[in-house]
Design a protein around this ligand. Structure first.
Ligand SMILES: C[S@@+](CC[C@H](N)C(=O)[O-])C[C@H]1O[C@@H](n2cnc3c(N)ncnc32)[C@H](O)[C@@H]1O
Length: 244
């Protein structure tokens, strides 16, 4: 049975702990400056508040039925969604850890009918995934015209309707339920202030490399009066979900 270890930390303490260990933590609760977080392995030197057993039910059983590939066929069970991406020049084939972190968080935070904005859409993969998760209107923006054209083509391939356009966050005036942005720390340094006013419920960020960038990024979120609700790590890349 999978276990999770629940701890309580002061916000400052948590930043230091993340910088030291890099262990991904799920934020369960926040009371003032104190956060209750869960780790899926024990944190050395810290006493957990409690240890909980996480149910592994039929969903794990379903997880055994991965895609079967034979020649040009890929056979999928009906609960899996296919995304077709033509591997061309735009970033976003699904192979990179930063894209995978966003796909994981979109699966958790996008609800039926949501309006979603994808900042730095590249191939359009995250915008297409949002549609397949049930989002209503999805707007996908990129500074590269080549990416915008590939986003349009990939949307057609997947039979979804997206608004793909050449723009930055500063050009957008409407609000969205969810904003996803897989960029880079030096782009976040300039763009975060334009991205944060654009969402109502969840913001999903990725493209943050290593613990030092993570610490800097969490500081930027605090300055923007946002709180992190989830931090995921894959191959030294970090993904952060935030709310107001
Ligand atoms: C790392 S790729 C992410 C692609 C895709 N969303 C994914 O997750 O695989 C970042 C994309 O952001 C675009 N980009 C860079 N700076 C940007 C900005 N200020 N505003 C919008 N898009 C930007 C790049 O052209 C690139 O396509």
């Amino acid at each position: 049975m999978l276990k999770r270890y629940v701890y309580r930390f002061k916000e400052q303490e948590l930043g230091q702990l993340l910088a030291e260990t890099g262990i991904p933590l799920e934020v369960l609760n926040r009371e003032g400056q104190e956060l209750e977080v869960a780790a899926y392995k024990p944190l050395e030197g810290y006493e957990p508040l409690r240890v909980e057993e996480v149910k592994e039910g039929w969903e794990d059983w379903r997880g055994q039925f991965g895609p079967v590939e034979v020649e040009s066929f890929v056979i999928l069970p009906p609960w899996k969604e296919a995304i077709y991406i033509n591997p061309a020049r735009a970033f976003g084939t699904g192979l990179h850890a930063t894209t995978q972190l966003c796909l994981k968080m979109l699966s958790e935070y996008v609800s039926e009918g949501d309006r979603v904005l994808d900042v730095g859409t590249g191939s359009g993969i995250l915008a297409i995934a949002s549609k397949k998760l049930g989002a209503g209107e999805v707007v996908a923006i990129d500074v590269s015209e080549e990416a915008v054209q590939e986003c349009i083509q990939n949307a057609k391939r997947n039979g979804v309707e997206l608004e793909c356009m050449r723009a930055t966050a500063a050009d957008i005036s409407s609000k969205f339920d969810v904003v996803v942005a897989n960029l880079e720390i030096d782009i976040f340094r300039k763009e975060l202030r334009h991205i944060t006013p654009l969402f109502d419920r969840w913001a999903i960020f990725s493209g943050i490399y290593g613990k030092r960038e993570l610490e800097e990024f969490l500081g930027m979120l605090r300055e923007a009066a946002l709180k992190e609700v989830k931090i995921l790590e894959l191959e030294d890349w970090f993904g952060v979900a935030a709310s107001r």
